[in-house]
Design a protein around this ligand. Structure first.
Ligand code: SAH
Length: 387
């Protein structure tokens, strides 16, 4: 295995339990896409990892043990990952959750999500893609009950982004359960699957009645999962706004799957900033507003970034929120930590009185490295206005 000496600073970071390796950590890099043994300046071994280019970082530290990334290694990781999720397995009202989450489960660079009887692997760099036969074989040994698997390519250099990998093919569209609510999913149509599993605790708060008897506006709604959760929890009216035309039909499918009549649930294909104007012009207002934008978005009219513009979403929302209303403010932007996100939110409030009711990060199945705050990318605040 290639040996690589790192600076004292990097050795300290690794000893503290951080695992993401960055380009700046190395003076010069050997060939990528191979395992490496990392050595401290005095020559003693820090452990093993690998180098590979991905969206963030240049590789991962894996273990202080001198192990190799073989079938037995991955079987052990998957066995631990499976037993860690025993509470999810024993809950019949939830059939979709994350089975393996990168460095949180002991190996950065890929994830595995369960959707009923099928799974989706997401590969984040060329090295994990290169060794995927070993990873898939180990997975099948530990999860023989899984009927079929798909993969998503989340790095540059492969001409497809989604494919079937083994077992039986899943139906083109089918339903999973989460907190007793049905959602329609599709495992082989681009990178998205119809639901973002990391939001299941926030959806649970809605199923549990946060919006019971209330009206809810869902901004950047995608397939309107928050709206369905709210409707199942007793919301009397929901409005879901997304720019993508396809969102309407996908959203309706979630509602129909749960036997909800569509009369009191609206789907609007519109830019959210235009919808704010539309709502004001038509004197529409809401008791609960959910805002969950992409980190960056560009369309014909404007560009939006969570880091710079989130405050505008908040101040606009306050203009159409009913007295005593609730905002659910969410972001998964990796470049915006909790403090920065709070600053954006507070800027949007412009001193208006409000109270934080709940804070969410990644749920337990999205196991993250507690030594690396940045790996907990999800930040959600439930805020009551006008107390
Ligand atoms: N909140 C959703 C996930 C949002 S994904 C959920 O919980 O499932 C981001 C969505 O924002 C995409 O569906 C995209 O079409 C939409 N989007 C991006 N820019 C937009 C804009 N300016 N106005 C409305 N929707 C937008």
């Amino acid at each position: 295995m290639k040996k690589l000496t790192v600076s004292r600073q990097v050795a300290t970071k690794i000893k503290q339990g951080q695992s993401l390796l960055e380009k700046e950590d190395f003076e010069s890099l050997p060939a990528l896409d191979q395992p490496v043994q990392l050595l401290a300046g005095d020559g003693h071994s820090l452990g093993v990892g690998y180098l590979s280019e991905q969206n963030k970082g240049i590789g991962w530290f894996v273990s202080s043990e001198p192990l190799s990334f073989d079938l037995a290694f991955f079987q052990e990781l998957f066995t631990r990952a499976k037993s860690y999720r025993s509470s999810y397995y024993s809950d019949a009202s939830t059939t979709a959750f994350r089975l393996f989450n990168q460095e949180g489960d002991g190996f950065g660079g890929f994830t595995v999500d369960l959707y009923g009887e099928f799974v989706v692997f997401s590969w984040y760099n060329p090295y994990v893609f290169q060794i995927k036969e070993t990873i898939l074989a180990a997975f099948q040994a530990v999860f023989p009950e899984v009927r079929g698997a798909y993969e998503k390519i989340r790095f540059k250099g492969v001409e497809y982004e989604s494919a079937f990998v083994y077992g039986e093919e899943a139906p083109k569209e089918f339903f999973i359960l989460e907190n007793g609510v049905s959602y329609q999913v599709f495992l082989n149509d681009g990178l998205m699957t119809g639901i973002f599993l990391d939001q299941h605790e926030v959806r649970a708060s809605l199923v549990d009645g946060l919006a019971a008897g209330k009206s809810l506006l869902n901004m950047f709604s995608y397939t309107a999962a928050f709206s369905v959760a709210a409707a199942m929890g007793g919301a009397v009216q929901t409005t879901s706004v997304d720019l993508a035309k396809r969102s309407r039909e996908l959203s309706e499918a979630h509602f129909v799957a749960n036997g909800l009549a569509l009369d009191d649930h609206r789907f609007v294909v519109m830019d959210v900033f235009d919808y704010y104007k539309y709502a004001k012009r038509h004197e529409l207002s809401y008791d609960v507003i959910v805002i969950d934008p992409p980190s960056f978005a560009r369309n014909k009219k404007r560009t939006f970034s969570v880091a710079k513009d989130y405050h505008r979403l908040v101040s606009e929302a306050l203009e159409i929120l009913n007295p005593g209303g609730i905002l659910i403010l969410s972001t998964n932007a990796a470049n915006v930590n909790k403090e920065k996100f709070k600053k954006q939110i507070e800027k949007g409030f412009q001193g208006r009185k409000h109270r934080y009711l709940a804070t969410y990060g990644l749920p337990a199945d999205f196991r993250w490295n507690k030594k690396e705050e940045s790996s907990n990318y999800l930040k959600v605040f439930t805020i009551k206005v006008d107390v």
